[in-house]
Write a protein that binds this ligand. Structure first.
Ligand code: PMV
Length: 337
């Protein structure tokens, strides 16, 4: 059997940073994100013969060892849920940069979860699909859904899942500033662990986030874009403050990131509402009203020549085609892509 899924990255406005359970990926706190309409991951999973090894290809070439081991472990888990010991072939490609703090792991594991579940014959609810995607990468739990999504931290495998925020009344977009599209110097997994274990600012980060999330949900409900933006920017800065306090410090932000933060503040002073958020990389994503995105992009491009800016509107949840029979004629195969 074979299935293909397409999933989009999401950017958190209330961040997930730090695990309470490393094996199950249960976060310390809940988080909230916007799924984007750019940089999708497309993944096809084809079941192989019983007992055969998994094979993982990215853009047609074998995926680097560390990443492919993670994918194989994930496939083993899906196989276990389905009561199958069959191997699988995974073919994946990202339309955007990989491992650069642009949420490629979110779109990647959301697409993999959906394609693998379908290929192995699991008929999962979107909640269970979100729980499954979480096992690959925490932020992937939110990419199952379009628009705004909240990942309820929960306390165990069953209670930790994302769901759509159905009462948001804010028409937001992001302008992605690609300061550096290269892979990050330290994985978010390692950086989170170091923050939890060594940063004296982890405890206040964990203590204050539930209130910030409640304020964010209320602002979304009221359609108060200014409040949504202010909470987002300070939440990103607090996350980076927590990791800057680690031993040794984790610093993803560069001089280029800081220059963009200045530029975004300057836009606000000029009356154009824009707010910055940054993840596990130097790239700065600027949250704005959807209608303002072209103006924000033009102003940032003028302020920071040489940096590429991409407008990302709110995007859809994961889409799956299949499962169908992998031995069908090529024409039928093409129809699932
Ligand atoms: O799910 P991971 O391991 O890619 O971690 C993502 C962490 C951040 O992107 C920095 C924050 C978030 O909530 O997405």
């Amino acid at each position: 059997m074979r299935a293909t899924a397409v999933a989009f990255p999401n950017i958190a406005l209330i961040k997930y940073w730090g695990k309470r359970d490393e094996a199950l990926i249960i976060p310390q706190t809940s988080s909230l994100s916007l799924t984007l309409a750019v940089y999708p991951t497309t993944t096809t999973v084809t079941l192989a013969a019983d007992g055969e090894q998994h094979q993982v290809l990215q853009d047609g070439a074998p995926m680097p060892q560390a990443a492919s081991v993670k994918v194989a472990r994930f496939l083993d888990h899906v196989g276990q849920l389905a009561g199958s010991s069959r191997g699988a072939c995974v073919e994946t490609s990202n339309a955007g940069p990989t491992g650069a703090g642009l949420a490629s792991s979110a779109s990647g594991f959301a697409a993999l979860a959906a394609a693998a579940a379908a290929a192995y014959g699991l008929d999962l609810s979107s909640r269970d699909l979100s729980r499954l995607a979480r096992r690959g990468s925490g932020s992937a739990s939110r990419s199952i859904f379009g628009g705004f999504a909240v990942w309820n931290a929960g306390t165990d495998d069953l209670s930790s899942y994302a769901e759509p925020v159905s009462d948001a009344h804010v028409d937001a977009a992001m302008v992605l500033g690609i300061v550096n599209a290269g892979a990050k110097p330290i994985s978010s997994r390692d950086a989170m662990r170091r923050t939890v274990e060594t940063s004296p600012y982890n405890a206040p980060w964990v203590e204050t986030n539930p209130t910030e999330l409640a304020l964010m949900r209320d602002a979304l409900r009221r359609g108060d874009f200014t409040e949504v933006g202010e909470i987002s920017e300070r939440n990103a800065l607090r996350m980076h403050a927590a990791m800057l306090g680690a031993v040794p410090p984790v610093r993803y932000l560069t001089a280029g990131s800081m220059a963009l933060l200045d530029a975004v503040a300057e836009l606000r002073r000029g009356g154009l509402e824009a707010y910055a958020t940054m993840d596990a990389g130097p790239n700065v994503k600027t949250l704005c009203r959807s209608a303002d995105a072209p103006a924000v992009r033009a102003a940032l491009a003028a302020a920071a020549p040489g940096i590429e800016f991409v407008i990302a509107e709110s995007g859809p949840g994961v889409a799956v085609s299949g499962p169908d029979d992998a031995d069908d004629a090529p024409a039928a195969r093409g129809a699932t892509r």
